[in-house]
Design a binder for this molecule. Structure first.
Ligand SMILES: *Cc1c(COP(=O)(O)O)cnc(C)c1O
Length: 360
């Protein structure tokens, strides 16, 4: 067996200890006589797995008691619709901040349900920064404010939480959740597809303040109503049981590593070293303003794009996988979520320096 350093944006690397534990428990979970995949979601064994996962997530993020945690399907992309369907609460206006590809998708979907005010946008700057709050203009009639704390494709991250007063703040944290501590009480809704920093694809986490549940607009499909899932402990229908279980193993792993403070130190160090290597060379370039650079997704280009294919080929041969940038921006992208060890980033930097020596 030879595992590579996988820089995929998602589905992404999982901690090896988690994969080993899942392997060890594959044929039989504890003394249940069956694999987690084969269990009834309504049985005692899965009930224990589900509860433990939620409790550990609550501990990690210090989620206040008046927030519910939902374990859903449909990806972050379904939340693009569920958010307006549940949060408009009789209004027809919402604020969105446009910082890149994922913001745009959320905005396009919300426009099906409401009038959207672009409270801020960095589109004119090529999506290379997180607009400071001094540039935002919020609509006093907005039912909520939506933003994307980390743009996975552009590699732009907000290293601060916007202040929206009493208006619920909604965050698509798909590619940054659990990468550092976050004050959940500042948000109305946090949602995230699991496949970046939480676990396998197929699970979507939604953390929602209780008072925002139960106001879905008329005609909302049952499965798109937060109340449906809040009332049933996310078991209105069959939840993604195996992904839920593996996410629980990831939560345990993070706790063992020292929780989110430890993740923040680990992620910050990895990102700083990689950006320093990029900035220290004329051969590599990252276009994002330094204060808005993502700890999780690091896009970079080579001075000569004609070398892109060679770079990718040689990287792959060196055990550095999936570095190709998103088709919309080109170049390279290294996604370095929690599970990417320091050694993986160090190997990438060494490879980049060697490649520059030979081709630069
Ligand atoms: C990956 C991603 C999505 C899409 O997630 P799905 O679970 O595939 O729907 C949405 N937003 C952000 C920020 C992402 O990184």
């Amino acid at each position: 067996m030879s595992r590579v350093y996988n820089f995929s944006a998602g589905p992404a690397m999982l901690p090896e200890a988690v994969l080993q534990r899942a392997r060890d428990e594959m044929m039989e979970w504890r003394d249940s006589g069956m694999s987690v995949m084969e269990m009834s979601h309504r049985g005692k064994a899965f009930g224990a797995i589900a509860e433990k996962a939620e409790a550990d997530l609550r501990r990690l993020l210090a989620i206040p008691d008046d927030y519910r945690v939902l374990f859903l399907q449909g990806g972050a992309s379904s939340q693009f619709a569920m958010v307006p369907l549940n949060l408009l609460r009789g209004r027809n206006r919402a604020d969105y901040v446009n910082t890149g590809a994922w913001s745009k998708k959320a905005i396009a979907e919300a426009r099906r349900y409401a009038e959207i005010n672009l409270a801020a946008s960095s589109e004119d700057d090529g999506f290379h920064r997180a607009p400071p709050q001094s540039e935002w203009s919020l609509d006093p009639e907005a039912a909520y404010v939506h933003y994307t704390p980390n743009e996975t494709i552009g590699g732009v991250e907000f290293h601060w939480i916007p202040d929206t007063g009493d208006v619920p703040l909604v965050a698509d944290m798909s590619s940054t959740i659990l990468s550092r501590p976050v004050d959940v009480s500042r948000f109305g809704v946090i949602y995230a597809g699991a496949q970046k920093n939480v676990g396998p694809a197929g699970l979507t986490l939604v953390i929602v303040r209780e008072d925002l549940i139960g106001h879905a607009r008329e005609g909302t499909p049952t499965m798109f109503d937060y109340a449906t899932h809040a009332k049933s402990g996310s078991m209105y229908n069959t939840p993604p049981t195996y992904a839920w279980y593996v996410a629980g193993l990831v939560f345990e792993w993070i706790l063992e590593q020292g929780g989110l403070e430890a993740m923040a130190r680990h992620n910050r160090t990895k990102a700083e070293r990689l950006y320093a290597a990029i900035d220290g060379s004329d051969f590599y370039h990252n276009p994002v303003e330094p204060a808005s650079r993502s700890w999780m997704n690091v896009p970079f280009t080579l001075a000569d794009p004609a070398l892109d294919a060679t770079f990718l080929q040689e990287a792959e041969a060196a055990g550095l996988s999936t570095l190709k940038g998103h088709r919309s921006v080109g170049g390279m992208r290294a996604s370095i979520y929690n599970a990417m060890p320091q050694a993986g980033v160090d190997a990438l930097i060494a490879f980049m320096q060697d490649f520059e020596r030979r081709h630069g």
